[in-house]
Design a protein around this ligand. Sequence first.
Ligand code: HEM
Length: 603
Amino acid sequence: MDIAIALLVFTAITSYLLWFTFISRSLKGPRVWPLLGSLPGLVENADRMHEWIADNLRACGGTYQTCICAIPFLARKQGLVTVTCDPKNLEHILKTRFDNYPKGPTWQAVFHDLLGKGIFNSDGDTWLFQRKTAALEFTTRTLRQAMARWVTRAIKLRFCPILRAAQLQAKPVDLQDLLLRLTLDNICGLAFGKDPETLAPGLPDNGFAMAFDRATEATLQRFILPEVIWKFRKWLGLGLEVSLSRSLVHVDEYLSTVIDTRKVELLNQQKDGNPHDDLLSRFMKKKESYSDKFLQHVALNFILAGRDTSSVALSWFFWLVIQNPRVEEKILHEICTVLMETRGEDVSSWVDEPLGFEEVDRLIYLKAALSETLRLYPSVPEDSKHVVADDVLPDGTFVPAGSSVTYSIYSVGRMKCTWGDDCLEFRPERWLTPDEQRFIMHDSYKFVSFNAGPRICLGKDLAYLQMKSIAAAVLMRHRLTLVPGHQVEQKMSLTLFMKYGLKVNVHHRDLTVALGSFKRVKAVESDSVNEGGGVRMVGIHVRRIKVPQLWQKWEMMRAQTGAFDKISFHGMAVTGSLEMLPPKISCFSSALSSGSSLGELWA
Ligand code: HEM
């Protein structure tokens, strides 16, 4: 009997190992282990998960398949994950075969208690109906105006005073925390017309915001556990599931009050004409009468979609700007250019009021810097879809029905084959035409930070408006420095938070200095020509110059005016040897060495 059992066990183990050898050979990507699949690698690299995925993708040419559960029958279905960052595959998944790649049952089950069947958490007709209804609202100018109003008010009345107090008291602030509060306030204003003022002096606790945070945290924890386990915990009322149901009661009570009050206000509005332009009111004014639960879910879905995404993007933006003074200077230069035209030379009028709609619209270098931030640090770093029917991706990878596809938004922006050899550099200029006068929108499957295809982010334009307003408001008033010793690290979550926040010291920005440098550059630029073939030339006029100073001049001019290919010198005598110039400069003018009055320097 014992021998029979031993034989049985031996046969089972041998068959499993044979099966495992076969299956693991068919998978590209990180090492897979018996039973545990690629889980050990994931755990080992938990602190650098996005980098680990990007490394794996680089090693496998942009796509790999791995198994998160190496058990027969599951390994080729629910246990199989295809990971990709190939733009052609992304286009196929997000657009061409959109219907074959919904969010799927796992995602929906996890979020159901918090988001119901709202736009962010539904597929098929339920999603399409909400998308069409909401898309109509997002194209209206009034929604943009509403966003501008909520942002401007919060910047002026609360954000700027808090930063100013930090500057005067020389106290560091956690900028990420302030931004998270600010964008939550904005999105609540936009979604249901009520600013909870979580960003206020003293950073007070807010019942609704805390309940929503707890509910989101508990919901995200469900992703870590197998579905049966979290469902069982929910049934027994264990762990974070208790916190989730209590928080949902709080959220429900808060929103019910908002909806009831709004119903009365909308009735009275017909009498007193006081307009409500938030999303909730817009849905309530429609002919169809929606249930209160549906309306709650509308508000909650938009809050979840639009709250943290802009604030984490801004946190990475400020961090990158602190490390790239050249970019900071160009952003300031652009702001000065616009404000000189719209408000004149009196610098005090620049900071009296936050930038207006049209002023913000003209900041294209700032938009480029924000897009560059989102390319390197996308707020949603990884996203996932369910495979409905067997399919073959454009790169030839077979994806079986029931498995899932993860598209790594973080990795797309960091592939040399997609963004060139300098893909890891923060270079906003890649978003501008060579004369830096116009913004270039890159292919949407190469830049998927706002998703792409029919489910592209609905709030993209609003997010740029909000981020540009906030970024400009801070940089015009303050220079930021990182608190010495503060570690900036990625937190492993569905959103790319900074694990320890962004601790910065807030200094005064002397705009008159920025204005002075702006005027100097303008004087020079009046001499600047855009030559044929996109060559940008800057002309300078000096009487005498030594060759080493030419190089300093070159660097200074580049910092002030941005990229150019050539400096031309007029009316000057150059002394010294041309060998003293760095090899980066190829000199084009024989007259230069002989101390002529005309010369040109080329990069
Ligand atoms: C920098 C800021 C933002 C980024 C990077 C961003 C990114 C994204 C991404 C990646 C998705 C797809 C998520 C998925 O389907 O799994 C998405 C969807 C969505 N976003 Fe944004 N978002 C931002 C700001 C906003 C704002 C401010 C709003 C609202 C005012 C908003 C509203 C939405 C909505 C409603 C969807 C769902 C669209 C659908 O499924 O049809 N987003 N966003």
